[in-house]
Design a protein around this ligand. Sequence first.
Ligand code: UD1
Ligand code: CA
Length: 450
Amino acid sequence: MMTDLAIVVLAAGMGTRMNSALPKVLHKVANRTMLGHVLAAAGGLSPNLAVVVHGPSAEIVRSESLKFFPYCKFATQVDRLGTGHAVSMARDAALGFNGTVLVLYGDVPLIQTTTLTALLSKIDATHPMAVLGFEAKNPHGYGRLIMAGEAVTAIREQLDASPEEQRIALCNSGIIAIDSKLLWQLLPKLHNSNAKKEYYLTDLVGLTADAGFAVALSVCDEAEVAGVNDRVQLSTIEEGFQNRCRTKAMLAGATLVDPASVFFSADTSLGQDVVIEPNVVFGPGVSVGNGVEILAFSHIEGAVIGEGARIGPFARLRPGAEIGAEVHIGNFVEIKKSKIGKGVKANHLTYIGDAIVGAGSNIGAGTITCNYDGYEKHLTEIGEKVFVGSNTALIAPVKIGNGVNIAAGSVITVDVPEDALALSRTPQEIKAGWAKKYRTVKAARKAAKK
Ligand code: UD1
Ligand code: CA
């Protein structure tokens, strides 16, 4: 694209039907806010300017936007007087910008970069405006596109449409692209003498035609421009997005044994030949290396998993888990903020938090790093090729040297030097015949009571 690009995201909706204290656009799909999805899709176009139009007191909307566009600008729409009014709020922020303005909705999160590119490609000297439309299964409620040949001549809102116009299935997604000069020239001409007493952005189509230009149409899939008004629709969008992630993962070389039971985050990254068993959940910030196997019922969040590792079944990786290559993390093992070296095995019932575990170490069943003293977190350092016996408690801060053996059942409070054996448990006593005597006495006592 030769001309400069600005995006204007409408996000001032109150989202009443969400019944939420949170602004609607901050509700999440695949652990990314809807606004984030829209900004990520727009980010693929590398716009020169981004403006988010939000409602009053929307500090969190601003900070969320800045995560995706560090140079984002903002405009506040206090009174919600319609989509046209909302766009006009962005004028000051866009002062001095010359090029194409792309208007997006903050509550339409499934929109994809390729679809926006196709819309923008319709803009040329004779078509200074383009509308993104779709064929609606049930057009009720949408603005209908009135066509003359290839050109859109008007958009008629539901409440203003004649019975004949209401039969039109080609609808307005709300997403438009328009030359900035034309936009700022036409916006003041909008009026609100319509059924909703709102300033309709859609009336720009008629005004553009009146100005002697043609308005182009670009058509996309209905699912991609579905909006969210309540949490039922949010769940539908989530399902659609999850399906998109699953298909993408499989086509990119991951095996999903039961795709419908695997849940991704928008930012999940998978290597090649990853195998994912049923019922696996990926929270935000997960990166999985080539050839990793993730067995059933594992929950993974904020973790990096090295090549050829095997995770689960029933494993939990929490933020800051850095799992090295060929590591085995087994059932009921939880790892938090820890660096696990190459080839480490922690196969059963273990908590490792705030720790560094050297390559080739074996962490026995029931090992716990006692990292928290009720006030602060402390580090456990385990060297390479350490053998930690079952049911060991490592009281952090503590440091275990390379090649150490820790006897099962130990409570380790003191640093252990290289190649030593550490053992901390009460010496075992043997009382010959004790159990037999005990049984005889107890049985006699019980019999006497009857
Ligand atoms: C709008 C379109 C309609 C289209 C439909 C697609 C207009 C007049 N109508 O209708 O043609 O088929 O979207 O979903 O544009 N918003 C603001 N400030 C406002 C008004 C709206 O920020 O003053 C935001 C909303 O939060 C939402 C978007 O703009 O993200 C659309 O507003 P909404 O009221 O849902 O428009 P519709 O009546 O559904
Ligand atoms: Ca709507």
